[in-house]
Design a binder for this molecule. Structure first.
Ligand SMILES: [Zn+2]
Length: 416
């Protein structure tokens, strides 16, 4: 049975009939090709067959024309559709049933994902469990971020101080104390649900436009996420501002003062090594990592600001180059000269009670760690980083403003 378009002309009825004329002996299964139908009828005033079949339906009383789910009649428009029906493994499903299925699948996916998220992102009261350095690190991570937001693609990918061992320890502790959520793997059903919710092609266009059916979601992928904080009540504050407030009131123990000192020193020492590497590359000066170098770098980091040391390093490096050229040293000796000259220069300066008063700006592209930035912003009055401060300066300025526990006050100020 064929249903024709309402405005069909008589000649077009013949064209449509020819279009559907079957011929099992032919390769295509049809008597005429589409071109043949057009060639025959268009000169007689018929519109093209591809236009005509848009509003034409073919219905035959067999299983390929009934919806498997609701049993309603389900005609086809064109040869392609018919072929699809016959070859389809899932049987015939009418548009209504298909759409209903899609919506059911979509709603089920929403539930799977919501259940998963509410289990992994369960709000906790974790802030009180964090020590001082963890709270400060957590501020660098959480500031400006929203609950459940991804903060790193993996645990190896999150920079706090820039010191590998330190960052890993802090991060693992923040995960253990439930401030951060590490999703290393997403199970198959959750991944499938997530894909359905984010796949714009999941719904046919007609359904897609229905308002409210297809909200935008952030794809759930492996990574490190911020856990929602259980604040009790209205929860209107951002995590960052809660952490900031906590940081202002937290009392630092003497042990924590030592940890902060070590982190500050680690960051400054690392910065000095990078400055030396920068100069070595720039001036083509061989510099080897050695015990002498490590000792002098640690020593100067504590006492002098990086800008003054950068000037001194360049001065020493230039002297070392001249000496290497004059002295005709073998490579084994040449790459130790910088460290030796620096050590004796600093020893001379300190013996004579001189100061390193000349400074050289740190190149602008020099990376400053998030920890150094946040620490400066939070505790230091006039500095955005520690380039103009020695380790002792940074520590002294911090101790000036941070609330200390009783034991820390006793140890730092009364046992001198
Ligand atoms: Zn149906």
């Amino acid at each position: 049975m064929i249903c024709y378009p309402v405005d069909v002309k008589e000649i077009e009825v013949s064209a449509i009939n020819d279009y559907w004329e079957m011929a099992p002996e032919k390769k295509t299964g049809y008597f005429y090709t589409v071109e043949e139908v057009n060639k025959k009828y268009q000169p007689m005033g018929a519109r093209s067959i591809s236009f005509l079949i848009k509003n034409t339906f073919l219905f035959v009383h067999n299983r390929f024309f009934f919806c498997e789910v609701c049993g309603c009649k389900s005609p086809v428009n064109n040869r392609m559709q018919l072929k699809g029906r016959i070859l389809s493994v899932e049987g015939v499903i009418c548009d209504d049933c298909r759409n209903r299925r899609l919506i059911e699948e979509f709603e089920a996916s929403k539930k799977i994902l919501a259940d998963y998220k509410s289990s992994v992102f369960e709000a906790r009261h974790y802030l009180d469990d964090l020590g001082f350095i963890e709270t400060l690190a957590f501020l660098t991570i959480s500031y400006g971020k929203k609950e459940c937001e991804i903060v790193a693609n993996s645990v190896d990918d999150l920079e706090i101080t820039g010191l590998a061992g330190v960052d890993q320890d802090i991060l693992m502790s923040l995960i253990k104390k439930k401030a951060l959520v590490n999703i290393s793997e997403v199970s198959e059903d959750v991944r499938k649900a997530d894909h359905i919710l984010h796949n714009q092609d999941f719904f046919p266009k007609s359904l897609n436009s229905r308002s409210g059916v297809m909200p935008r979601y952030n794809t759930l992928r492996p990574g490190v996420y911020l856990r929602p904080m259980n604040l009790g009540g209205g929860q209107v504050e951002s995590i960052g501002s809660v952490v900031e407030r906590k940081l202002k009131s937290i009392e630092v123990s003497s042990k924590e003062v030592m940890v902060v000192h070590d982190v500050i020193k680690g960051i400054q020492v690392d910065k000095l090594y990078r400055l030396i590497a920068y100069l070595a590359k720039d001036l083509r000066l061989p510099v080897r990592q050695s015990k002498v170098l490590a000792t002098i770098v640690e020593h100067v980091a504590t006492k002098y600001p990086p800008v003054n040391l950068f000037y001194t390093f360049r001065y020493i490096a230039n002297g070392a180059i001249v000496e290497i050229h004059k002295g005709n040293y073998v490579p084994y000796i040449a790459d130790k000269i910088f460290a030796k000259k620096l050590s004796s220069y600093i020893a001379f300066v300190e013996e004579k009670n001189l100061i390193l008063d000349k400074a050289l700006s740190i190149p602008i592209q020099f990376h400053i760690s998030p920890f150094e930035n946040v620490f400066s912003g939070f505790y230091l009055m006039h500095h955005l980083n520690w380039n103009k401060l020695s380790v002792s300066d940074v520590l002294a300025q911090w101790l000036d403003v941070v609330p200390l526990s009783e034991d820390a006050q006793r140890e730092l100020f009364h046992d001198e």
